[in-house]
Design a protein around this ligand. Structure first.
Ligand code: C5P
Length: 223
């Protein structure tokens, strides 16, 4: 069983959520969203470190309201960057030497299942790079002006990337040394020339972006 360090980016501005405060603090089944995500990893024997990346804007509220809980869960905090890649890059400088794999998981994906985490960890141990993803099932329309329907985009071979995304430590570190940015880690690893394996995930692993997503997550977790 490979030892894993987990980076949880949680430093986004959350402007699409629109509540005037960070969505990581939103209550979900009575507990802040990010605590659900942390707990998924805190109970695993293969996880040796958890790094929660937070904006300096949220640091006081986080430490004031959740400091004891973070210590109980064994999570460390890291200051966020100006974009998601910057946040992950800041956390990479704090990875423990004993970690063989690095898992990056959005703190706003609280519904991922344990079997899915097991599967993507196992694939990364075997291949060096693996991500959870789901085949696209919707009919996709491009709109040239965001008013009218344009071309239908063929969905064959299209997958929606999720997290966790898991990599051998040396591969992810090299990908971030390029200094490039991307909306996920797999893209940076591919730019280095590494293949990234797809592990089929589950549509319930939603990313909480809007208040509607929070209501859906309540249904998923409250089942
Ligand atoms: O904005 P987006 O939905 O892509 O954010 C995905 C994750 O990356 C969220 O958990 C968010 O908090 C995090 N993030 C970050 N630092 C940023 C921007 C986003 O940690 N500067």
């Amino acid at each position: 069983m490979a030892k894993v360090s987990v980076i949880l980016p949680a430093a986004g501005a959350g402007t699409r959520f629109g509540a005037g405060r960070s969505k990581i603090f939103q209550p979900l089944c009575g507990r802040a969203v990010f605590l659900h995500a942390l707990e998924l990893f805190a109970r695993r024997d293969d996880v040796v470190q958890m790094l929660l990346v937070v904006s300096s804007r949220d640091a006081d509220e986080l430490n004031g309201r959740f400091g004891d809980e973070l210590r109980r869960l064994g999570a460390e905090t890291v200051e966020g960057g100006t974009d998601r890649s910057g946040s992950v890059r800041n956390a990479l400088s704090r990875i423990h030497d004993e970690a063989e794999l690095i898992c990056v998981h959005d703190a706003v994906r609280p519904c991922v299942g344990t079997e899915q985490i097991d599967a993507v960890f196992a694939a990364a141990e075997r291949t060096g790079s693996a991500i959870l993803a789901c085949p696209v099932r919707a009919t996709l329309k491009h709109s040239p002006d965001n008013v009218h329907v344009g071309q239908t985009v063929p969905r064959d071979g299209l997958w929606e990337a999720q997290t966790p995304q898991v990599f051998r430590g040396d591969i992810l570190s090299a990908a971030y040394q390029t200094g490039l940015s991307a909306t996920d880690d797999a893209e940076l690893v591919q730019q280095l020339g590494h293949d990234v394996e797809l592990v089929e995930g589950d549509a319930r692993n939603i990313k909480i972006t809007t208040p509607a997503d929070l209501a859906i997550a309540e249904c998923i977790l409250g089942k």
